[in-house]
Design a protein around this ligand. Structure first.
Ligand code: WTA
Length: 650
């Protein structure tokens, strides 16, 4: 039944009110928002902390004694284990037979794990890791596609207090090697290969190549995904290990709240990948509470976060958040358009998914394929929809709500980052009105402002950089410490602590934030977070290339899909042809991975530059997107932009 309130217009803005039927059952109510306000920061984070089982309760919510100088410590004195919270406690509560994980394989296979089965395999693999020599504090790298062994391995690491470092399976051997060395990781769990659009990819070869170039020995465990009988050579086979250790019981290691749960590399503004570390107590509290409050999850729900577990979104909302709450999480190995473009809707229907969380780029692809695909399926199990990763425009927002959510499901547009660990900006689905195209306010317990270059607040309606002005539980450890990389992202302005997000935003008069994209050289395409510098250095390494700049462009279909667009200027005697285009793509694939390969490569005699010689990517993005260029008089070579428009690779 469609009982959603009609869309309203107020102050010239369009508002969408969540339906009464949703509001009545929502986990978080207006009274809860008020309770947060009354408790005040940081005390308001006590109740979210209570969603977890602490082996030893925390002495305080936040260690403030160290003041601005850090380190900031969330839930000091508290001790807990993430795998106990995500697995054992649900079995102990008599929910062992309920489904923890529903896996949908590439070739149409399915596998489900009840909480008890998950507990058994996590224990067996934890025992195996111990046997291999992994000790508390050792970093275990997981280079795996979307197969159940990935969350199992994450939880097994968490059980023995070994921080995991998941490397997205779409990264190249070189990228894996950098991440193994950077994290000083001597253990790698990988697999023989996986399917991508029906084709088998050899992951093992990439893993072997990476290990050769790492300066230390790396012990490998291999999951046989493609071929059960493929020999693993000197390495250990996952299946054998789990079989040998079947029935093992490994006591979950008691971890201090700020002990590391995992490391994750992300692309920063430099050419080097940035290492982000997340803590056990603060991170788990943050993702559990936001899964409860924003995704409205509970033990009876089936949740599907379509992001790859190789990215932070998959860590927080496909693994830790839903499992900590005892929900069922769906894991899908394939792509949305294989074998048919209605694959996702079929999975939602068959699994009775309640909450679906995906990226705007995917929604734009669904629009392009047509509403007949979702409409052919019974999606009535859906209760709530979410998006993350990029700004979502109003058209895509409405399409998603109407054609996937039957005009009935609330849509939460959630903003956050690898560094924040979990959701920071969003509406609360049972409390707040939605504004298509705006993410909403800061969540309770989080404060943000939009500032100018010096860190001073700008007026509502004016653009500036989004900063977070109080620590939050999911914050990365480097931000707590205020050292190294962290120091460059946190600062104190007029006595006020600030974390600079790198995103530009506008706050409107209702306090809703509109995100305008990155202010720095980080490039976002769907779940992919890449560094322009890193891609550009791979391209200029190609013989015959003089210079290069990459931007996020949109393809020229009616539904604009994001893609990576490279502008490349060849050396004077070199032809910009398909052969060079191919070499450019290969170079990026080898240095970073297929995920970073440019979709379009436009050759240009030169790139638009300021008088001081800096390439202005803003104009290139406008050209790639067919937008108005505005005033180009500040350029040293304004004539080049007109020329570029006619040379575009389409
Ligand atoms: C962008 C992904 C607009 C933003 C969770 C941020 C968004 C970067 C949104 C982090 C949103 C994420 N609206 N932009 N709802 N969510 N972003 O680290 O630029 O992969 O800084 O974390 O994605 O990307 P990351």
């Amino acid at each position: 039944m469609d009982d959603s309130s009609p869309d309203e217009t107020d102050g010239g803005h369009e508002w969408v009110t969540p339906p009464e039927s949703f509001v009545e059952q929502a986990n978080v109510t207006a009274a809860d928002r008020e309770a947060f306000r009354e408790a005040g920061w940081p005390e308001c984070w006590r109740r979210p902390g209570d969603l977890l089982d602490w082996g030893c309760g925390f002495d305080a919510v936040l260690d403030e004694d160290d003041g601005d100088e850090g380190p900031i410590r969330w839930f000091p004195g508290g001790r807990l284990n993430a795998s106990y919270n995500c697995v054992d406690r649900h079995v102990e509560a008599g929910r062992g037979d309920e489904t923890a994980l529903a896996w949908e394989g590439k070739l149409g296979e399915t596998r489900t794990y009840s909480y008890r089965e998950l507990a058994d395999e996590v224990n067996a693999f934890a025992a195996a890791l111990r046997e291999l020599g992994v000790e508390e504090g050792d970093v275990v790298t997981l280079y795996l596609p979307m197969i159940p062994e990935l969350p199992v391995a994450m939880l097994a690491c968490a059980r023995i207090g070994a921080p995991h470092s998941v490397v997205f399976a779409g990264f190249s051997a070189d990228a894996l090697a950098t991440r193994l060395s950077g994290a000083d990781s001597e253990y790698l769990v990988t697999c023989d290969g996986y399917y991508r659009r029906g084709a088998a990819l050899d992951l093992k070869r990439r893993a072997d190549n990476a290990c050769v170039s790492v300066g230390h020995a790396v012990e490998q465990v291999v999951v046989n995904r493609l071929d059960d009988d493929r020999p693993v050579g000197d390495h250990r086979a996952y299946a054998d290990l789990v079989e040998t250790h079947a029935g093992a019981e490994v006591e979950p290691v008691s971890r201090a709240s700020d002990d590391l749960l995992f490391l994750i590399y992300t692309s920063g503004t430099t050419g080097e990948p940035t290492l982000v570390r997340h803590t056990t107590g603060g991170y788990l509290t943050h993702v559990t509470w936001t899964s409860h409050a924003v995704l409205d999850l509970g033990p009876d729900d089936t949740h599907w976060c379509s992001a790859d577990v190789g990215w932070i979104t998959g860590h927080s909302y496909a693994v830790y958040g839903p499992l900590a709450l005892g929900a069922t999480t769906v894991l899908y190995e394939g792509t949305p358009d294989h074998p048919e473009t209605d694959r996702l809707w079929e999975i939602i229907e068959r699994n009775g998914v309640d909450v679906f969380y995906t990226a705007p780029t995917s929604i734009r692809a669904f629009m392009k394929w047509g509403e007949q695909h979702p409409e052919r399926h019974d999606l009535s199990s859906l209760r709530l929809l979410g998006t993350v990763g990029e700004p979502i425009d109003e058209t895509a927002w409405h399409w998603y709500r109407n054609h996937v959510g039957d005009g009935r499901c609330p849509v939460v547009d959630t903003w956050w980052q690898t560094e924040t660990g979990g959701i920071v900006l969003s509406t609360l689905p049972g409390v707040d009105r939605m504004r298509p195209g705006a993410v909403g306010k800061s969540l309770p317990g989080i404060e943000t402002v939009v500032v100018d270059e010096r860190g001073h607040r700008v007026a509502d309606g004016e653009a500036g950089q989004l900063v977070i002005t109080r620590p939050w539980p999911g914050m990365a450890r480097s931000l707590c410490e205020g050292t190294d990389w962290g120091a460059r992202r946190t600062r104190t302005v007029d006595g006020q602590w600030q974390y600079a997000t790198g995103d530009n935003a506008v706050r409107d008069e209702d306090g809703y934030l509109h995100l305008l994209g990155r202010a720095d050289d980080v490039l976002k395409v769907s779940d992919r977070r890449l560094s322009t510098t890193e891609i550009e250095s791979a391209i200029v390494g190609v013989e015959g290339v003089a210079e290069a700049a990459v931007v996020v462009g949109e393809d020229d279909d009616a539904v604009r899909q994001s893609e990576i667009h490279a502008f490349v200027s060849p050396e004077s005697n070199v032809a910009g042809d398909d052969a060079l285009r191919g070499r450019v793509r290969t170079a990026v694939e080898e240095a970073i991975g297929p995920i970073a390969a440019p979709d379009a490569v436009t050759f240009a005699p030169s790139l638009p530059k300021t008088r001081s010689g800096k390439v202005v990517r803003r104009y290139l993005a406008a050209i790639a997107n067919g937008e108005d260029l505005g005033d180009t008089s500040a350029l040293r070579n304004p004539e080049v932009v007109g020329e570029l428009e006619s040379l575009l690779d389409r």
